[in-house]
Design a protein around this ligand. Sequence first.
Ligand SMILES: [Zn+2]
Ligand SMILES: [Zn+2]
Length: 302
Amino acid sequence: MITNIPTPKEFEDISKQCLTQALNLLFKVYEDIYEVKEYVDKDEIWSHNAGTIRTSLILLHQGIETIMKGTICKTSPFLLLEKNRADWPTLPSKSDKEFGDLFTISGEALLTTYCAVENKITIDNDLIAFIEDVRKKRNNAIHGISEIKTTAEELFENILKAFTFFFGKDSWFVFAREYNLVDPIFGFSGDGLEEFKIHTLLDVALDIIGRKRLNNYISLNIQGRGYYCPSCKREMEEIDYHESKWAFLKPNKPESEKLQCVVCSSEFIVKREDCNDPDCKGNVIHDYGDEPTCLTCFQEQS
Ligand SMILES: [Zn+2]
Ligand SMILES: [Zn+2]
């Protein structure tokens, strides 16, 4: 018998962990760069962190292969076995073997099997080209001693792409947030840290790939002007001043009275009135109890 047969959920969880860690590794370096970006040479920092790029790339590839295995596993985990079927240790005369001790398919065999089974996502040439590109870059990074054929920027966007292809838009920061919430260290730095981290992650992503491309990986339309989220901003003030604005009018129209936050997904009703501060051009006001607040400058309107 073959024992300890894996479930699709196990593969899915491992894939999420790999992709989240791939993103975290790059984010940690970017976070440092972001704080001192005027004074540092980014290329120099990344050349010092070549090992981080390599590890992140390996994790990205692992995350993609694992989610493909999870999908195949829904049809049958036995499709993942490399071994010739005649040699399977399944006859009563054979001793049991754990699934994990048997070789499983990878590379091209994994790709063709993945394309053969039922799948809730659409597989097109773009997805195949993407998977192949990541596989080649990863092979180059682990087999070659030569330089890595990807940049931190390209890798960062490829991680967002993988998340979006396999788990949908927003999943990259939603999983990062879930990961933070289960971290035993989380909570020691006070409330608001979670919002703070995710806002910084979005700021860094915006800085790297720009608003237009970033919108491919976020479900809310972020092309318009950003506003403070009344909820996240108050939470984050517990930690430190944070000026990022990830709430957007929905729809993005001059008369729109609804605002939604990318980070916490909360929706808010807003009034379209000019801010009292003559220096502020804002006209999106949120009633917070008795304290109407301008969501452009966060001044209370008295
Ligand atoms: Zn929010
Ligand atoms: Zn204002």
